[in-house]
Design a binder for this molecule. Structure first.
Ligand code: CP
Ligand code: NVA
Length: 315
C-alpha cells in the first residue's frame, strides 16, 4: 500500500478529509464521559509508536498528538531536534531512514517545508506535518471540526482571514478549495499569502460551482461582510523577527468588535493560538461570546486522532 503521508490537506483529498472529520466528531462524542487518559475501547493503534520531532516550540501540537496516540492505544517519543543528531547536521534523509526502522510514524514541526518533503521521500512510515513555514494542515482539521460543530457544515460558509498571509492562511485556502467553502483574506501589502498557494487553490475550483471561492478582499470590510467565520493569527510567526514596521502595517487588520459587527450576527471567531492579545485581536473578541477558541484548541486532539487513523490506513 502507498504510504499515507499527511504533509498537506491535498495529500488526503476531500473524501478522506470528510471521513476524518466525521470520525473525529464520533470519537469525541463516544468518549465524552471518559477521563482524558483513558484509552478508546477499540484501541485502534495498539502497538504503534509515533515519533515527534520539534524544531520549534509547541504546546497544542505536542500535547494533542501525545494524548491522541495514548487514547488510540499507542505510544509516543518526543524528540527535541536540538538534542538529536539532526541538530548536529545528520541529514533529514538519514534520520528518516533510521526512524522508519524503529517507529511506526513520524510527526515533524520544522521551519522549512522542504525538510518534511525530504523526510517523506526517505521515510518508509507515514510523515505528518506538525507545522512548517508554508502550512499547518493539522490545525485546519481542528478548525473545520469546530466550524461544523458550530454551524452544521462547511459547504457554502464564508471564512474571512485578517492580518498576516502566513502558513495557517495557506492551509485554510487549501481547505476551502477542497471542501467547498469560501475563503477571503484581508492582508496588507507585502504580507499577502503565497501566489503559488492561491493559484493552486483557484486551479482546483476552476470550472466548478465554487470557482469564485478563493478571494483577496479589497479592505477588511469586504472580507468581514456576510462572513460566517472570522479568523486571524499572530502577526509574527515563529522564526520571524519582531519588526515594528510589520506590526504597524498589520494594525488596520486587527480583529476588533467592529470587524465582528460587520460579519454575520452569529459569526464564529477562530484563532489557532497562541494569541497576542491587543495585537491581532482585542480581548473583547477573543474572550467574547462568538469566540470558539477553546473548542478549537480541544479539537486539535480529536482531529489529530483521525489524521493518525487515516495515516495508518484505518480510515
Ligand atoms: N496552534 C498550534 O499549533 O499551537 P502550538 O504552537 O502550541 O502547537
Ligand atoms: N503562524 C504561527 C502559527 C503558530 C501555531 C507560527 O507559525 O508561528
Amino acid at each position: 500500500m502507498t504510504i499515507r503521508h499527511f504533509l498537506d490537506l491535498s495529500d488526503a483529498g476531500a473524501a478522506a478529509i470528510a471521513a476524518m472529520l466525521a470520525d473525529a466528531a464520533a470519537r469525541k462524542t463516544a468518549r465524552a464521559a471518559l477521563p482524558k487518559g483513558a484509552v478508546d475501547p477499540d484501541r485502534p493503534l495498539a502497538g504503534r509508536t509515533l515519533a515527534m520531532i520539534f524544531e520549534k516550540n509547541s504546546t497544542r501540537t505536542r500535547v494533542s498528538f501525545d494524548m491522541a496516540m495514548r487514547q488510540l492505544g499507542g505510544t509516543t517519543l518526543i524528540l527535541d531536534a536540538g538534542t538529536t543528531q539532526l541538530g548536529r547536521g545528520e541529514t533529514v534523509a538519514d534520520t528518516a531512514r533510521v526512524l522508519s526502522r524503529m517507529v511506526d510514524a513520524i510527526m515533524i514541526r520544522t521551519d522549512d517545508h522542504a525538510k518534511i518533503v525530504e523526510m517523506a521521500r526517505h521515510a518508509t512510515v507515514p510523515v505528518i506535518n506538525g507545522l512548517t513555514d508554508a502550512s499547518h494542515p493539522c490545525q485546519i482539521m481542528a478548525d473545520m471540526q469546530t466550524v461544523i460543530e458550530r454551524r452544521g457544515s462547511l459547504a457554502g460558509s464564508k471564512w474571512a482571514w485578517f492580518g498576516d498571509g502566513n502558513n495557517v492562511l495557506h492551509s485554510i485556502i487549501e481547505a476551502g478549495s477542497l471542501m467547498g467553502f469560501d475563503v477571503w483574506w484581508a492582508c496588507p501589502d507585502g504580507y499577502k499569502p503565497s501566489e503559488e498557494v492561491v493559484a493552486t487553490a483557484r486551479q482546483r475550483v476552476l470550472g466548478t460551482p465554487n470557482a469564485d471561492s478563493i478571494t483577496e478582499a479589497l479592505g477588511w470590510e469586504a472580507a468581514a461582510e456576510e462572513a460566517d467565520v472570522i479568523v486571524t493569527d499572530t502577526w509574527i510567526s515563529m522564526g520571524q523577527k519582531h519588526a515594528e514596521e510589520k506590526l504597524a502595517a498589520m494594525m488596520p487588520y486587527q480583529v476588533t468588535e467592529a470587524v465582528m459587527a460587520a460579519a454575520k450576527p452569529n459569526a464564529t471567531f477562530l484563532h489557532c493560538l497562541p494569541a497576542h492579545r491587543g495585537e491581532e485581536v482585542v480581548d473583547a473578541v477573543i474572550d467574547g461570546p462568538q469566540s470558539a477558541i477553546w473548542d478549537e484548541a480541544e479539537n486539535r486532539l480529536h482531529a489529530q486522532k483521525s489524521v493518525l487513523l487515516w495515516c495508518f490506513g484505518k480510515l
